[in-house]
Design a protein around this ligand. Structure first.
Ligand code: MN
Length: 161
């Protein structure tokens, strides 16, 4: 058994390429193969949110504090509050983040695909552009999510960076 001490792990700034506004990430677990588990606590400053993206095996968001927002593409923006669980199905484009005037944090849980679970941790897989269903993927192991983004979508997004 291993105990990962909070004092030994620092909070990371979430990569600007995947988020709008200031976002921090505390890794909870990045399971070693054959585990495909990825979990992080993600903390959004008011108004901050993810870029639109999807997850090949879906994603579960457990709301911890503050006031959040989540939107599935083509549907209305939904409010999410501490104690709520949002379940994002596989390959569904969506974003999540904080309410405009409140901090927000959630525990983000997802799984890598079986293929990716075999890649060694910290390998050059992280941050590399790959193809997935014809779209370029930016894979980020650290934030426990795979961002599926297309250049036109990124260009059309307001307030990026
Ligand atoms: Mn997501």
């Amino acid at each position: 058994m291993k105990i990962l001490r909070a004092s030994a792990r620092k909070t990371n700034r979430a990569p600007e390429s995947n988020f709008t506004g200031t976002v921090f990430s505390d890794e909870v677990v990045a399971g070693a193969a054959p585990s495909r588990m990825r979990a992080s606590v993600v903390s959004f400053t008011p108004g901050a949110r993810t870029a639109r993206h999807s997850h090949p095996v879906g994603q579960t968001l457990f709301c911890l504090s503050g006031s959040g927002r989540v939107q599935r593409e083509g549907e209305p923006v939904r409010e999410i509050q501490p104690g709520d669980t949002a379940i994002i199905p596989p390959d569904v484009r969506h974003w999540h983040g904080a309410a405009p005037d409140k901090l927000f944090s959630h525990l983000a849980m997802s799984e890598l695909t079986p293929t990716r679970a075999r890649a060694p941790r910290g390998s050059s897989m992280a941050g590399k552009l790959k193809q997935h269903q014809g779209l370029p993927i930016k894979a980020c192991i650290r934030c426990a999510a795979r961002r599926v983004v297309t250049a036109p979508v990124l260009a059309a997004m307001p307030n990026r960076g």
